[in-house]
Write a new protein. Structure first.
Length: 325
């Protein structure tokens, strides 16, 4: 195939040709919208480093759910800001905890909206780590039971799916066993299987008030330099019973998304995280890039790399644009 016999521009000459051979699609049902739930009444606080993203009190959720459904976003993931924090993160698994109340409210007011919960302790511990601390270290095995209890309390409150994001070893099987023993065998686990120790989580830690008070997360989250280790992490989670494998962050790790898609036959999710969102918003605000176009190109690239599902703060904005086509 050499010029002039083959001319790639032939198939690009108008939108009908281009649409016909387009390899990747982007649709609202592939997007999950993160929601931050906070204590109090009638609260709607914008996160300073994430323009357009709000922390909402439970009573504001019905309105938010309605807006999601109207734009075609059928799925949200919940993060909670508890009233109180303690060393063991006990607020994470309280029956009337912030996330548990949020699930009930959403399931009451918008039963068709799929509610996934982030299962982690860092928003609930006073030290900000994702597990409990023993001898100044994040202790893996004592944390497992707390995570399983948290996942169970979410399922009991009515969650449709749980998503452990703590990166403790063995959490998927612990959560799976606990859910099964309590008759929640139909609740899927979307595992944050490959989660890197990333600086792109900065704005999220402001939003969810969960920055570690000492040290960092590098003894449990993955080293950004590693790619083969991602396969080992994902293999473990598959063996332990994960239903969806997630890679996080997304854009700096498109190679990892692609690798997981090739190696595994489970659905692949990617988390387009807070810092990735904030960078686009900031550059767009300055007029340096076209925010809408960069948003779409970015989400499309995550899909092209192999993600079936994208968790993104852009979900509603993107869906509105797609719906208007
Ligand atoms: C909780 C958790 C974090 C994110 C999702 N779940 C923060 C962290 O690990 O520090 C980050 C999401 C984002 O940056 O948008 N462990």
């Amino acid at each position: 195939m050499v010029f002039p016999e083959y001319r790639p521009r032939r198939m690009r000459q108008n939108e009908t040709f281009r649409a016909m051979i387009r390899e990747t699609s982007l649709a609202p049902e592939q997007l999950i919208y993160p929601l931050f739930v906070m204590p109090g009444k009638n609260k709607k606080e914008e996160v300073p480093s994430m323009p357009g993203v709000f922390r909402l009190s439970v009573d504001q959720l019905a309105k938010e759910a309605k807006e999601c459904m109207q734009t075609g976003i059928k799925s949200v993931i919940l993060f909670g800001l508890p009233e109180k924090k303690d060393p063991m993160g006990s607020g994470a698994h309280q029956k009337d905890g912030i996330v548990q109340r949020a699930i009930k409210e959403l399931k009451n007011k918008a039963p068709d909206l799929m509610v996934t919960t982030d299962v982690c302790l860092c928003e609930y511990t006073d030290h900000g780590h994702c597990g409990c601390i023993i001898d100044n270290k994040v202790d893996n095995d004592t944390t497992l039971e707390l995570l399983a209890r948290t996942a169970l309390s979410h399922a009991r409150a009515g969650a449709d799916m749980v998503a452990p994001s703590d990166m403790m070893d063995g959490r998927v099987s612990e959560i799976r066993n606990t859910l099964d023993e309590n008759d929640f065998h139909m609740i899927p686990i979307m595992s944050y299987a490959v989660k890197y120790a990333s600086a792109f989580y900065g704005p999220f830690r402001d939003a969810a008030d969960c920055a570690p008070q000492f040290g960092d997360r590098r003894s449990y989250q993955m080293d950004p330099a590693n790619s083969r280790e991602a396969l080992r992490e994902a293999t473990l989670d598959v063996d332990e019973g994960a239903d969806i494998l997630m890679v996080k962050p997304a854009v700096a790790y498109l190679d990892i998304i692609s690798k997981l898609k090739d190696e595994f036959d489970l659905p692949i999710a990617a988390y387009h995280v807070s810092g990735e969102y904030a960078m686009i918003k900031a550059a767009a605000e300055k007029g340096w890039i076209n925010g809408d176009q960069v948003m779409e190109e970015t989400l499309l690239s995550i899909r092209r790399a192999g993600a079936d599902i994208i968790i993104t703060y852009f979900a509603k904005e993107m869906a509105k644009i797609l719906n208007n086509r």
